[in-house]
Ligand binder design. Structure first.
Ligand SMILES: Cc1cc2nc3c(=O)[nH]c(=O)nc-3n(C[C@H](O)[C@H](O)[C@H](O)COP(=O)(O)OP(=O)(O)OC[C@H]3O[C@@H](n4cnc5c(N)ncnc54)[C@H](O)[C@@H]3O)c2cc1C
Length: 358
């Protein structure tokens, strides 16, 4: 066992840019594309091989939150920024001093979703399925939390249809020598100068043939240091790290059995590094998990997929396998372990009101 963890690691890479983006998931691609559009020299780091570019969003349904869209109006859905903000605030139940930022974010995001968001996405080539879905509906009336009207706009091409326009922009930046992509670069620490973050350091991992979303090796073959005027952390959440989920679970009451609906790369490990450099992490205990009772069909991601039944259909069932009453019809979007058929009575537990719906 080497006394210094860096022993045996020979290569040392230096990366410099105006902007460094840590994470090549959708958030990272959007940030990199935007910084490139603003004329910046950008470096993107990601711990995974290039096969996993786009991160979770590739696997996602591509359901987009839009408010008072033409698609909603065509279906007779009456929506407004006020209604959407009311739903958001009722769900979030902000009640901590640190929630002031989250509240400002909610207001700004609802404005965006009711304003330029659709136009902006269309300008990039994103197109929407005309039937707006009613995910995250929570309760079934204005008093319940969740969306009181359908707002879940499914992208044509689902997740890959959302990733592609941003990846295309990033690839354009790469072709023009304005963006560099550094896969297998795992950020582990931030460097600070006079209280400000000025750089990021980490490990260069050995080449990996892991396919998209599969766990890749963590064999370290080198080190890197990167410096930039701005560093953007887009390393995703913690869902693939059950130890961290348990640690953050309110009142220590985490369930015994948990499954991952995210790739192993969603390890949350960099959050501690960001905090150590002065980042303020808030609301770690406020997590959103899907119901228990589902079993991974295999230990390898992807652990679940999406089944959509066109409606109206006799196959619309609630989460326990019973026929849905009319109000429950949006449970027609069902999640199940991928590669399995849905056995509602044994695979899914819960009630229609709590069924995962995206
Ligand atoms: C099956 C599924 C369906 C979904 N459906 C929807 C939907 O319909 N609508 C919706 O709005 N959302 C949906 N989501 C959620 C949404 O896809 C994610 O919230 C979003 O894609 C997260 O993007 P991200 O870029 O923040 O994180 P990620 O996609 O997790 O990307 C983070 C990247 O950072 C890299 N990284 C992590 N740590 C490091 C490190 N230390 N150093 C270097 N790189 C690092 C990772 O390798 C990864 O590439 C879904 C998610 C899943 C899994």
């Amino acid at each position: 066992m080497p006394s210094n963890p860096r022993d045996g690691v020979h290569s040392q890479a230096i990366i410099e840019a105006d902007v460094i983006v840590i994470g090549a998931g959708l958030s990272g691609l959007v940030a990199a594309a935007q910084a490139y559009a603003d004329g910046k020299l950008v470096a993107v780091l990601d711990q995974e091989p290039s096969a996993s570019v786009g991160g979770q969003a590739h696997w996602s349904f591509g359901g987009l939150f839009l408010v008072n869209s033409p698609e909603q109006r065509r279906l007779g859905v009456k929506d407004s920024a006020e209604l959407a903000l009311g739903d958001w605030l009722a769900s979030a139940a902000f009640d901590r001093p640190e929630d002031s930022w989250a509240r400002l974010w909610a207001e700004a995001y609802v404005d965006f979703a009711a304003g330029e968001k659709r136009r902006w996405l269309r300008s990039l080539g994103v197109r929407l399925f005309p039937l707006v879905q009613w995910a995250e509906r929570g309760g079934y009336g204005p008093q319940g939390h969740g969306n009181t009207v359908p707002r879940f706009h499914v992208t044509w091409g689902t997740g890959p249809g959302v990733v592609q326009p941003f990846l295309a922009k990033v690839n354009e930046g790469v072709a023009r020598g304005r963006i560099s992509l550094h896969f297998r670069h795992r950020a582990t620490e931030m460097t600070t100068t006079a209280g400000g973050v000025t750089g990021v350091g980490g490990e260069i991992l050995g080449a990996s043939g892991a396919g998209r979303g599969e766990a890749s090796s963590r064999t370290v073959v080198g080190r890197f240091e990167a410096a930039a005027g701005a560093i953007i952390v887009t390393t995703g959440g913690i869902g693939g790290n059950h130890a961290l989920v348990r640690r953050q679970w309110p009142d220590g009451g985490a369930p015994e059995h948990m499954l991952s609906g995210v790739p192993a790369s969603v390890d949350g490990a960099f959050l501690a590094a960001a905090a150590a450099a002065g980042g303020r992490l808030i609301n770690g205990d406020r997590m959103w998990h899907y119901p228990e009772g589902i079993h991974n069909h295999s230990p390898v991601w992807p652990s679940h997929g999406i089944r959509i039944l066109p409606g109206p259909s006799a196959l619309w069932i609630d989460a326990t396998g019973g026929s849905c009453p009319p109000r429950c019809f949006q449970a027609s979007i069902l999640w199940a372990p991928s590669g399995t058929s849905l056995r509602a009575d044994t695979d899914i537990h819960g009630s229609c009101a709590t069924a995962p719906s995206r």
